[in-house]
Ligand binder design. Structure first.
Ligand code: NAP
Length: 262
């Protein structure tokens, strides 16, 4: 039987890139999306084709849920149970950028609340639901080593004063990773944070010119935009248990952005 992964926000961008890489490994996939059903269906179709080319037969189910809503998170995990009956990998990827990208002296409380619901409360409580299920599975089958990956950002430590809520949510995901890593280690469940740098997606499309210029000027030692595939490959390494003695770990997929240089 194939292993099973749930990827939030997998209809587009980085989540889609992660789904395609996991398809190549023969994972059955829960493709979560918020509103864009057509994009989610396209990802599912492309994943099945990608898997077939690699010699696998997989299932890819599209699952609508707003990770910022508790009832939707319950339904999402319920759908995974009903569709697949098992879960080897949760990837918390869904996220939104700072609404309005307002300066922190101007930013509105309602926008803060919505961002925190989607980018922080969502992954925190979805991980709780998935972890309880994974514990039951690991107890029943000690050779199963479920894993949890959360996509944070270089914004967890790099300041953008017009995206304060986004930066704070991403910083908190680092602590969330450490907390769950400590809590779940006894069950053989490893937990990881991936920090992508500047990645080409719909989220960064509106600021393309700004980052084209910065990358050209040497923002990153590796002078190119990152791709969803770059992040997908890092998740694939974790999915294959390439880091069995590492948990609570942060993996930078950022072209070397985090390096201090003189
Ligand atoms: P994107 O292109 O805007 O795609 C966002 C994805 O998340 C879509 O699949 C969208 O679904 C889904 N989504 C949005 N709100 C959701 C919600 N409330 N519930 C469930 N799904 C939701 O973004 P991206 O660039 O791929 O970013 C993905 C993750 O990587 C985010 O957490 C982001 O913060 C992080 N990240 C991005 C970059 C970057 O440079 N792009 C860098 C570092 C970290 P629909 O298609 O249905 O709208």
């Amino acid at each position: 039987m194939n292993q099973v992964a749930l990827i939030t926000g997998a209809s587009r961008g980085i989540g889609r890139g992660i789904a395609l890489e996991l398809a190549k490994l023969g994972f059955d996939l829960g493709i979560n999306f918020a509103g864009n059903a057509a994009a989610a269906q396209q990802t599912a179709t492309d994943c099945i084709a990608q898997a077939k080319a690699a010699g696998w037969s997989i299932r890819a189910e599209t699952l609508q849920a707003d990770v910022g809503l508790g009832s939707d998170r319950d339904n999402l995990i319920g759908s995974m149970r009903a569709n697949f009956g098992r879960l080897h990998l949760l990837v918390n990827n869904a996220g939104i950028t700072s609404i309005g990208r307002a300066d922190i002296l101007e930013a509105k409380e309602e926008n803060f609340d919505r961002l925190m619901a989607v980018n922080l409360k969502g992954p925190y409580f979805l991980t709780q639901l998935a972890a309880r299920w994974m514990i039951d599975q690991a107890k029943a089958n000690p050779t199963m080593r479920p894993k949890i990956v959360t996509i944070s950002s270089i914004s967890s430590y790099a300041v953008s004063t017009n995206r304060g809520d986004y930066c704070m949510a991403k910083a908190a995901l680092g602590m969330m990773t450490k907390l769950y890593a400590a809590r779940l280690a006894d069950y053989g469940i490893n937990v990881y944070e991936i920090c992508p740098g500047v990645i080409a997606s719909d989220m960064t499309a509106p600021v393309k010119e700004k980052y084209d210029k910065l990358i050209g000027e040497g923002l990153t030692p590796i002078k190119r935009w990152g791709t969803p595939e770059d992040v997908g490959k890092a998740v694939a390494a974790i999915a294959q248990d390439a880091l069995p003695f590492s948990t609570g770990e942060t993996i930078n997929v950022d072209g070397g952005f985090q390096l201090r240089r003189l």
